[in-house]
Design a binder for this molecule. Structure first.
Ligand code: ATP
Ligand code: MG
Length: 380
């Protein structure tokens, strides 16, 4: 299969921070880039040749993007299947429509993983408030309830059976909160830690796995992440082999982040799949020989994949809109910490919980990289 050479045009469905950073990597390789996004002032707008305005359901806008593109990829999994199909009439869409259909729906995704003998935690799909109650009776009391479709950063999710303000004990209220739509109920896993593995596969079948990242979430939002994760080498091998099996069985063309739980019994369970660059691999820009963004470009253009070896440990900390609510963050103080860099996404409206940017830091060890990035974010 031939490659799409530098100089060609890449269309990206979605112009958020992931689209922006992918576009920057693509530009650096000499590609032209255009994006489609509902917001004409999206983060990618300053770094691309053209920005098409259109919602994820706007098949016409997706087709227009594809018409002027040599290949189309995406930065968000919620692009409507009709839009992906419309785009695929004009340019190859990578990752492909069949795989996106499975990933977009948490129920289909979990069933697919289970059918392919990939270890996942206990879960049940539910279609009514009554089914929700019986699933919690069987799996609970501690459960995560997630809408089958939509949702990121813990949105469209509820917790049951936990102490404290975030949890909700009223089943009818949870059902209502999640929009009275199909959901998945997951038994809460006792976590030792969370990791992710980014795997890239090109249309020719070349496949490469980045070293695993260790991820720290609070209130279901990623706070910091570090590469490498420092898990034992046997577990690392198992994590890679799971990611490779998934990528091959899905016929991945592009990159795929496999989020995993390491249970307190040392078992690996797959949490969810993200068929695009992932927040937990932003540190790959500094930790690895090839960044996740460049790798995504190489994969969708069917170029040889880049070397993913670890160059040095690096960590990131997310900057949420909360930081802006009272005053501008003190970037100068943060940047005075050795090894620290600032990455802002040029979003104009800071909102609570909105990802506005991140800090990255290198260190001689993963712990040092995390300590530096947290020190810097503490100074903001
Ligand atoms: N079954 C579970 N057991 C324990 N913790 C869980 C479970 N499900 C979710 N969590 C916690 O909530 C976080 C977010 O969950 P999940 O990845 O399903 O949601 P998301 O909205 O897609 O998040 P993101 O966009 O950050 O990936 C997980 O990383 C984990 O910390
Ligand atoms: Mg997740």
């Amino acid at each position: 299969m031939s490659s799409i050479p530098p100089g060609a045009t890449i269309g990206i469905l979605g112009g958020g921070q992931l689209g922006r950073m992918m576009a920057m990597a693509a530009r650096s390789l000499g590609y032209r880039v255009q994006v489609m996004d509902p917001d004409p002032s999206c983060p990618a707008r300053f770094v691309v040749d053209a920005c098409f305005e259109g919602s994820w359901k706007d098949a016409k806008a997706a087709a227009n993007l594809a018409r002027g593109s040599d290949v189309v990829t995406l930065e968000i999994e919620q692009i409507a299947i009709e839009s992906l199909e419309a785009a695929s009439r004009f340019a190859p869409v990578r990752p492909g429509v069949a795989m996106m259909r499975i990933i977009q729906d948490r129920i289909l995704q979990k069933n697919w993983l289970k059918d392919h003998a990939i270890p996942v935690g206990r879960y049940e799909p539910v279609r009514s408030s009554h089914e929700l109650q019986s699933a919690i009776d069987r799996l609970g009391p501690q459960c995560f309830i997630k809408s089958a479709r939509g949702g990121y950063d813990g949105r469209s999710q509820a917790k049951h059976g936990f102490e404290g303000g975030a949890a909700n004990e009223d089943i009818a209220a949870i059902w209502k909160l999640l929009g009275e739509r199909d959901c998945i109920v997951e038994k809460a896993v006792s976590l030792e830690q969370e990791i992710s593995v980014m795997v890239a596969r090109s249309p020719s079948g070349e496949i490469k796995c980045f070293p695993s990242a260790r991820n720290h979430h609070e209130n279901q939002i990623l706070v910091w992440s570090v590469i490498p994760s420092s898990i034992p080498s046997l577990l690392e091998e198992q994590a890679h082999s799971l990611a490779i099996r998934i990528a091959e069985a899905l016929g991945l063309e592009g990159v795929l982040a496999v989020e995993m739980f390491v249970t307190i019994d040392g078992e690996l369970l797959v949490n969810e799949l993200a068929p695009r660059p992932h927040n937990s691999y932003h540190a790959s820009e500094r930790a690895c020989d090839t960044s996740q963004f460049e790798q995504a470009v190489r994969a969708v253009c069917n170029l040889p994949l880049g070397d993913v070896s670890l160059v040095r440990p690096a960590a990131i900390a997310n900057l949420l809109g909360d930081l802006w609510l009272e005053r501008e963050p003190r970037f100068d103080a943060a940047l005075a910490v050795p090894g620290v860099h600032l990455h802002l996404y040029e979003k104009h409206m800071p909102r609570k919980g909105r990802k506005m940017g991140h800090l990255s830091a290198v260190g001689n060890t993963p712990d040092e990289a995390v300590a530096r990035v947290l020190e810097a974010s503490g100074r903001l």
